[in-house]
Design a protein around this ligand. Structure first.
Ligand SMILES: Nc1ncnc2c1ncn2[C@@H]1O[C@H](COP(=O)(O)OP(=O)(O)OP(=O)(O)O)[C@@H](O)[C@H]1O
Ligand SMILES: [Mg+2]
Length: 284
């Protein structure tokens, strides 16, 4: 299975979800501690995926491996060529430079013109209630405020993949709301969003798929009270499988929340998929 090249084309109309990142057998140990255990997972263009789970379960490690910042002990993370990543670390480094200087340099590195970057910083600073702090040295900023610098950096230009590691820890409600809006705007532009987060309302507002890491393995996360539904579909011929489907003998299986199933099923049927079965948790 080769990673698709030329991912910048818009294939939304054809309903094709292109692979852009693939984890193959990714394993990571620190000394004797096995953090990630043989993880296989594909991420698609325009997907929004969240990783939840207890402290130390491996969320940040996984995001860093996806970003290419941490090398797995075994296996590999493959990225489609030419992807622009924006990665916001959990802990943002305090430095003596001001947020404005830092963001300006980062914008220019990303290919923005200086004046364009300057205007963008001013406008995002206002959106995130940050204006008066832009000229304070970053080492004097609080943890939550420092994290905001990272968030503003994430939105300076449009990336292909946005990796957010606990982007709202310590942030006020208004800024959380802006983050949700801006992230969903990017998703509307087919940016892939991968997020680690402890706040359930943020996860629900951003992510379509939620995973947890348990004993190094990636598992579907199903919060208590969510009704899941499984749909069995048959490919009437020549249809491209949706990224959320898994092959199941001669059929395809799609598991999603009941409300999500209701939302996407009509579209799939109108594209020619045949419904061969549908059951919710109680029936299974
Ligand atoms: N550089 C490192 N050296 C040694 N151990 C590490 C290193 N980075 C992470 N670990 C260990 O790997 C495990 C997973 O850490 P990770 O930071 O990925 O967890 P997390 O799920 O992001 O946790 P949190 O919710 O607290 O952010 C932890 O036990 C951690 O102590
Ligand atoms: Mg973490």
């Amino acid at each position: 299975m080769a990673l698709t090249e030329g991912i910048r084309g818009n294939d939304k109309e054809r309903g094709v979800f292109m692979e852009i990142i693939r984890l193959e057998n990714v394993t990571k140990s620190y000394g004797d501690k096995l953090v990630l255990n043989h993880i296989d997972k594909v991420f698609h263009r325009g997907e929004a995926v969240a990783f939840v789970g207890h402290n130390g379960c491996g969320k940040s490690t996984l995001l860093r491996i996806i970003a290419g910042l941490t090398v797995p002990s075994d296996g590999r993370a493959v990225q489609a060529p030419g992807l622009l990543f924006h990665y916001i670390p959990e802990k943002f480094p305090p430095t003596p430079v001001t947020a404005r200087q830092y963001l300006l340099n980062m914008g220019i590195l990303d290919g923005m013109r200086r004046d364009e970057a300057g205007r963008r910083i001013a406008s995002l600073g206002e959106d995130f209630f940050f204006g008066e702090l832009l000229d304070v040295p970053m080492r004097s900023l609080s943890k939550g405020t420092l994290q905001k610098v990272g968030v503003i950096q994430a939105f300076m230009t449009r990336p292909d993949v946005l990796l957010l590691d606990e982007p709202v820890s310590g942030q006020d409600k208004e800024s959380q709301k802006v983050l949700i809006e801006k992230t969903n705007e990017l998703r509307g532009e087919d940016v892939t969003i991968l997020l680690s987060c402890h706040e359930e309302h943020i996860v629900n507002a951003i992510a379509q798929d939620v995973y947890t890491i348990r004993e190094g393995r990636l598992e579907d996360y199903e919060p208590a009270g969510t009704k899941m539904c499984t749909v069995i579909l048959e490919n009437a011929g020549g249809l491209e499988a949706d990224g959320r489907m898994t092959k199941y003998g001669r059929y395809y299986r799609l598991k999603a929340e009941e409300t999500e199933c209701d939302r996407i099923l009509p579209g799939l049927l109108s594209r020619g998929w045949r419904l061969r079965g549908m059951y919710n948790e109680e029936d299974s």
